[in-house]
Design a protein around this ligand. Structure first.
Ligand code: UD1
Ligand code: UDP
Length: 388
């Protein structure tokens, strides 16, 4: 049996690694030993609970207002110990968080092959998203197997001279996770959201909002707070739902503007099943999240992305995602258009699935099997965009 160690630490990694953990656990060729860093705590634990994953190792590193270097240092040190004890045949890291890159470097330094899930995403601006663009480029330098979600991400890797046979287009496991939970319409535990769901049945529109990106923190995020307040005041028949990220820096920037507004519902981070349920009820999604940009298009929801660039151009090309930046007036104007201009709304509300078909975890396991000489790869994912 080959021992595989997925290493993850934040909410989006947990969501995207869960289908891989499940697929490894179900495969008798592999012994799956899960290590979490605890870069996130509540937001990580709620995902592991949903998917029934009990980590074998937990570095529990989280600190309030933690810095990038402190996260990095604690992971290098803690994973050195765990990897030296467990001696896995390969590690799996996901995406571009500090956990992901620090976990990859810790394994590389011990000559353990690194499998990089969601490889090859590029915004081509090293400062945005920060520090994620640098993180994923660093991991691409040391990975043994690059699991590119789409042909666009594969092309980015080949341009950086990654050997083609080390790249495998799998689709993104976020779609595997989404398909597992979204149809269950998991009931809302927060009574405010149960009320929102009931109001939607009577035709009320919902704008679902998430924000957390480091490069947006500060004045840009305060502008988002002011934009939301203006939108809520000008559209009293529309509900604005904001599951607030746990980061106090985010809450301090946005929430003061929303106090006392009856049609703004601020909640704790939602368990993944509840979040996807709310996504399915929403009319418009306003976000700076990477994962939400991948999920909402599959549900046919127009997504306004509060960033200047994106490493996920596929749904932008398909017309379902629009990059709008963070300027307060632009945010207001773009949301207003989608709420009141039916033609503009219909033009964006297409269900497209460029990011996966629900089989990315299966392909991932087949890619690991080939890397370790115990099996063959499945055919690559075809994103249907007709590009080579
Ligand atoms: C991290 C990732 C980012 C990812 C995001 C997903 C890095 C550098 N950033 O950013 O790529 O998009 O997660 O959400 O890896 N906190 C809690 N409880 C939690 C989670 C966070 O209290 O469960 C608070 C803590 O005060 C913590 C702060 O949020 O210090 C920031 O967390 P951190 O992981 O450093 O940054 P994120 O913005 O969450
Ligand atoms: N998400 C969630 N609960 C919430 C908000 C988001 O489960 O309250 C999920 C969402 O469906 C997506 C992921 O979290 O899969 C995105 O995480 P985040 O926006 O924190 O990080 P990013 O994807 O930008 O790295």
């Amino acid at each position: 049996m080959k021992k595989i160690m997925p290493i993850y630490g934040t909410r989006p990694e947990a969501i995207k690694v869960a289908p891989i953990v499940k697929a490894l656990q179900a495969d008798e060729r592999f012994d799956c030993v899960v290590a979490v860093t605890g870069q996130h705590r509540e937001m990580l634990d709620q995902v592991n609970q949903l998917f029934g994953i009990e980590p074998d190792h937990d570095l529990d590193i989280i600190q309030p207002r933690q810095t990038l270097n402190s996260i990095f240092a604690k992971i290098l040190d803690g994973m050195d110990r765990i990897l030296s004890e467990e001696k896995p045949d390969a590690v799996v890291v996901q995406g571009d968080t500090t956990t992901s890159t620090a976990g990859a470097i810790a394994a590389f330094n011990l000559q353990i092959p690194v499998v990089h899930a969601e490889a090859g995403l590029r915004s081509f601006d090293i400062m945005s998203p920060f520090p994620e663009e640098a993180n994923r480029k660093i991991t691409s330098q040391i990975a043994a197997l690059h699991l590119a979600p789409t042909r666009v991400s594969k092309a980015n890797l080949l341009r950086e001279a990654v050997v083609e046979s080390d790249v495998y287009v799998t689709g993104n496991t976020v779609i595997d996770a989404l398909l597992e939970v979204v149809d269950k319409k998991i009931p809302f535990t927060d009574p405010q959201l149960a009320e929102v769901a009931a109001t939607v049945e009577d035709g009320t529109k919902v704008v679902l909002v998430t924000t957390h990106r480091r490069e947006n923190q500060g004045e840009a995020m305060r502008g988002v707070g002011r934009a939301l307040a203006r939108l809520a005041t000008g559209n009293e028949d529309v509900l604005f739902v904001l599951p607030a990220h746990k980061n106090p820096v985010v809450r301090e920037a946005v929430l003061p503007y929303l106090e006392g507004l009856q049609n703004v519902v601020v909640t704790e981070p939602l368990a993944y099943g509840e979040f996807t349920h709310m996504l399915s009820l929403a009319n418009v999604v306003l976000t700076d999240s990477g994962g939400v940009q991948e999920e909402a298009p599959g549900l046919g929801k127009p997504v306004l992305v509060m960033r200047e660039n994106t490493e996920r151009p596929e749904a932008v090309e398909a017309g379902t995602v629009r990059l709008i930046g963070t300027a307060e007036d632009v945010v207001v104007e773009q949301v207003q258009t989608l709420l009141h201009d039916e033609a503009a709304y219909t033009a964006m509300a297409n269900a497209v699935n460029p990011y996966g078909d629900g089989k990315a975890a299966e392909r991932t396991v087949s890619g690991i099997a080939q890397l370790l000489g115990v099996g063959e790869r499945m055919p690559a994912f075809d994103d249907g965009l007709g590009r080579d």
